[in-house]
Design a protein around this ligand. Structure first.
Ligand code: KIV
Ligand code: ZN
Length: 531
């Protein structure tokens, strides 16, 4: 079946087969160690999720920190279409904080949860099942004071006693929950077992028809997507997932994989989502660059090799008919085939059109800056590809309004040290210059930055990726810094890896300054302790 036929069939699919996509990249995804995003980055991601048709955006865990609270508020204000959800444990304080944060949304939702498995109740919560049951009724009822759109989750549902699970779900629905989420918190279930649990709930919980059942699968056994699809087949009509599958430990179910599985195998699964699939590649790239979590090359749907055909037999088949080895087209997920774009003679108008087609909207000043950098790049690089332009614009957007700007850099490198960096920075309007040495050119650059702008940030990650192929490719560098428990990730792109490194470090440092200014305290508590 062609992609066009699939689209037509999906349009005709009945409403009761509609699967709501609940994206938790900004909450469960952001809980992956090192994946923290700045407020601006969260807003960028939220805007993208909204534009691509995500139904519910879980924007954060408002009680966790003032930063989390603020970002849920801002996402709630920004998002036009999707529901905006805040997470809360079962206590009144958590729920009040979530209610305060999501009240700014056009369509607010509160998601409250408590653990129900024996191991969690005994060791983590130190609560008896009766007390947990009371907390379920109380928390859902309390959340309903803020909105009638309340979701409830029995954390570690898979390892929960089945009778107790049914009883808690019934209680939550009686108290007003409109969505019942069944989390496989530890990524332990198998598709068949997940089907049994959801089928059991549908058969045994008398009021289950008053709520939408949701999947929430972690990927510890590599089964998060398979389990989510099994849940849908058993009757779940909401899937919780993240872009690129980021999340605690091995991550969550990957949004792009669930959506494309439903899309491509519409012949076997009549369920459908409202996701604009041509935005999947862009969303993946955005989340990867703001978190500095690279997407593995062979990752389904959005990996660099997902549509690459290397072997002669495959290439031959593809040339004859692309359906020989392609079950979906790269275009259907937003990867364009003709990515060779423009050269140094391309004008401003063509550049504007190009970035529009890549899904960006830039104001006049930013456009002018980006165009200048494009010209500069085209002078140094023979072929400028879409990926080059994306890296350049992401870099431009990430710069924001920086206090510290790179003016110039000269580096001495080679087999005989000492490696040196001569660096000039514009620090809040004042030009400052220094020369420094280091154990290698990158170390020399970072030392020079520290001399010009002393700070306590500790380097946690330094990562280089080539944007395209060839020795004239741009390097995209990510730098993660941690200072007083605050973590920020900066990135920079340039054909000169040393310049890209300096840009990435400065980008992280500028973000750190913003965090300092806003006095965003550290996370009060991550993880889900007792209520
Ligand atoms: O994995 C989990 O159990 C969660 C809950 C908060 C839904 O993320
Ligand atoms: Zn989770």
């Amino acid at each position: 079946m062609t992609q066009e036929n699939i689209k037509q069939n999906i349009k005709r699919a009945p409403d009761n087969e509609r699967v709501y996509v609940f994206d938790t990249t900004l909450r469960d995804g952001e809980q992956s160690p090192g994946a923290s995003m700045t407020l601006e980055e969260k807003l960028q991601v939220a805007e993208m999720l909204d534009a691509m048709g995500v139904d519910i955006i879980e924007a954060g865990f408002p009680i966790a920190s003032n930063g989390d609270f603020e970002s849920v508020v801002q996402v709630a204000r920004l998002v036009k279409r999707a529901q905006v959800c805040g997470l809360a444990r079962a206590g009144a304080k958590d729920i009040d904080r979530a209610g305060e944060a999501v009240k700014h949304a056009a369509n607010p939702r509160i998601h409250t949860f408590i653990a129900t498995s024996p191991v969690h109740m005994k060791h983590k919560l130190q609560m008896e099942p009766d007390a947990v049951m009371e907390a379920v009724a109380f928390s859902v009822g309390h959340a309903c004071n803020y909105t009638d759109n309340v979701e409830w989750s029995p954390e570690d549902a898979i390892r929960t006693d089945r009778d107790f699970l049914c009883a808690t779900v019934e209680t939550a629905i009686k108290a007003g929950a409109k969505t019942i989420n069944i989390p496989d918190t530890v990524g332990y279930t198998l598709p068949q077992e997940y089907v049994e649990i959801i089928t059991m709930l549908r058969e045994r919980v008398p009021n289950i028809d008053k709520a939408v059942i949701s999947t929430h699968c972690h990927n510890d056994l590599g089964l998060a997507v398979a389990n989510s699809l099994a849940g849908v087949q058993a009757g779940a009509r909401q899937v919780e997932c993240t872009i690129n599958g980021i999340g605690e430990r091995a991550g969550n179910a990957a949004l792009e994989e669930i959506v494309m599985a439903l899309n491509v195998r519409h012949d076997l699964m009549p369920q459908w989502t409202n996701i604009e699939t041509t935005m999947l590649a862009r969303a993946s790239k955005l989340v990867s660059s703001v978190t500095a979590f690279p997407v593995q090359y062979n990752k389904a749907i959005v990996g660099k090799n997902a549509f690459a055909h290397e072997s002669g037999i495959h290439q031959d088949g593809m040339l004859k008919n692309n359906q020989t080895y392609e079950i979906m087209t790269p275009e259907s997920v937003g990867i364009s085939k003709t990515s060779l774009v423009m050269g140094k003679h391309s004008g401003r108008h063509a550049f504007r059109e190009k970035i529009k087609s890549l899904g960006y909207e830039l104001g006049d000043n930013r456009l002018q800056e980006a165009f200048g950098r494009f010209k500069n790049l085209a002078d140094r690089k023979k072929h400028v590809f879409d990926d080059d332009i994306i890296a350049l614009i992401d870099d431009e957007i990430a710069k924001g309004v920086d206090t510290i700007k790179l003016v110039s850099l000269r580096v001495e490198a080679g087999s005989h040290g000492p490696q040196k960096a001569n660096l000039k920075l514009d620090i809040d309007g004042t030009m400052q210059q220094v020369e420094s040495t280091g154990a290698g050119p990158v170390d020399a650059i970072f030392n020079a930055i520290k001399l010009l702008f002393p700070h306590h940030g500790v380097l946690q990650l330094y990562q280089v990726q080539a944007v395209t192929e060839g020795t004239d490719a741009q390097a995209e560098v990510s730098v993660r810094l941690k200072e007083d428990g605050k973590t920020v990730t900066g990135r920079g792109a340039d054909t000169d890896t040393m310049v890209a490194s300096a840009r990435a470090y400065l980008s992280a440092l500028n973000k750190l300054l913003v965090k300092r200014e806003k006095q965003i305290p550290d996370t009060i508590q991550r993880g889900f302790g007792s209520v």
